[in-house]
Design a protein around this ligand. Sequence first.
Ligand code: IPM
Ligand code: MG
Length: 356
Amino acid sequence: MKQYKITLLKGDGIGPEIVDEAVKVLNKTAEKRGFSVAYEEAELGGIAIDHTGVPLPEETIAKCKASDSVLLGAVGGPKWENQPGSNRPEAGLLGIRGALGLFANLRPAVIFEPLREASPLKPEIIGEAMDIMVVRELTGGIYFGERGRTKKNEASAAYDTELYTVPEVERIARVAFDLAMKRNKKLCNVDKANVLESSRLWRETVLKVAEEYPEVELNHLYVDNCAMQLVRNPKQFDVIVTSNIFGDILSDEASMISGSIGMLSSASLGEGKLGLYEPIHGSAPDIAGMGIANPLATILSVAMMLRYSLGEPAAADDIERAVGQVLKTARTPDIYTEGTRKVNCKEMGDLVCSAL
Ligand code: IPM
Ligand code: MG
């Protein structure tokens, strides 16, 4: 029997609860589809700071590198807010993305039919369906550029640097064009080329790569306009490609359109098969340990893992279908509407398992 090695980075806050449910679902899927999964746990974020002093221990990097894929819960919380910037839980997250070379972050924003009424947008704006894929560059730009404290006109000052190389833009553009080819052959490049030199280089490079994909219809939006268009007419989008910081912001916006940030999964990919899969929401310290978190974004991240890293697309379809099925009748508090059954985190995991 085929066996996959998965490293679990449960992290902080609601991380452990949601990962436990996703593991249950993965095990059930494996049983059904005839493969097995071996798990290894490693520490990342606040819990790693508590135990080792740093948010990303070397051992965690080694374990992740030795596995077929990584499933991550969430990191961070008020307990570690006073850590210096380079030792915060979030630095561990950026660090593992960098260490594994995961430059491409895929963040699908889809509306599950039963959740249409949970979207804050009017039904006529959402239309029949919404299915946007945000492709965010993940290991470059301002999140990885030179930063520091300095003085300007004798005042204390600080700076962060947005820098992209042509090869960095080329490789993320190719990921986006390849995805567009498999979908509706529409790609929107988002930048701020009317102001930023780094954006002008970004756009020039995307235009060069576009020559390799004559079938893809490419258009360009400035990021401010894109933020507006997402709530004005989200149906116009198929694949969006953008920089690290713009992708961070726009993917949160796109997720809210789908009803709840508790629903959206993500995949972070590099040159090889190894990927890191995580919900796009955070560690929600306010509800941690209460057992009411929505595990569906993590469960859907497992589906992405099966599709993009493990080459088990049928198993991925099973999970997505099961989630759609369960949502018709059961909801965690964040997506609850009258007439459905309110369930907790564990019950939601169990229901998805039974629907498989
Ligand atoms: C995300 C998060 C992270 C990011 C933070 C926690 C470092 O907001 O995955 O979108 O900015 O990438
Ligand atoms: Mg974010």
